[in-house]
Design a protein around this ligand. Sequence first.
Ligand SMILES: [Fe+2]
Length: 261
Amino acid sequence: MKEILRILEKIAPLQLSEDYDARNGIQVEGPNVDVTGILTCLDVTPLTVKKAIESSCQLIISHHQPILTPLKTILKSDWYGEIAILALKHDITIYSVHTPYDAVEGGLNDYVGKLIGLEEMYPLQHHGGDLNSPHGMGRLGKLKEPVYLDDFAAHVRESLNASTLKVVGKGKRMIQKVALGTGNGLALISTVLKSGADVYVTGDVQYRDMRGMVQNGMSLIAVEHDDTEKFFSKAMGEAIKRFLPSMKIVEYNDKFYHTLN
Ligand SMILES: [Fe+2]
């Protein structure tokens, strides 16, 4: 276990955590057992832990932290409590890498950027304000050729297999420079507006902010939060395999809502 935790620190150094996101790393600490399987996921629920037990995984690596606010009690009847109880009972460690994996070079933003066809990507917001840092939140990239906004939006929907998609801006507008912010896109909006991007692709924006984008002349393509971040399980699995090629990786994401056409 300890060796894998050291590898995780190489994959996504915890010092890349954003200030508002301090609870990265070990969330539930199990014993230092031999790890024969790792479950990777976006969210942790009691079902996720049960899946890890079933598939003999001693470590769960999630993007979102299951425990964000301080727990006052650990009760089976409370799902956060149940997660901790189940994990500890079965010697399972839960480790979360949220903003460090968003920010790190080769992390989630780069993974999703490649999926939607971005090239020459660099951070939208360099880590610590250091312009030489290859890490940071969001990405700015270019499409190989200029395309219509609506055509690019259709490409985004297909490449992310997104359940919903909203477009703000004129469909026949030509775009090439693309800003990307996986997950919640709110924190990056002001940076995007100054970045010279033609369009902002993100996973979560509020109505009011969409209005603001229009007023600022910025186009926007918004999909669901998890439609940008469900790739965490695959991307993290591949990253671990680069260090431990024979490690068993179980990817698990439960789609807990559905959309109607
Ligand atoms: Fe997220």
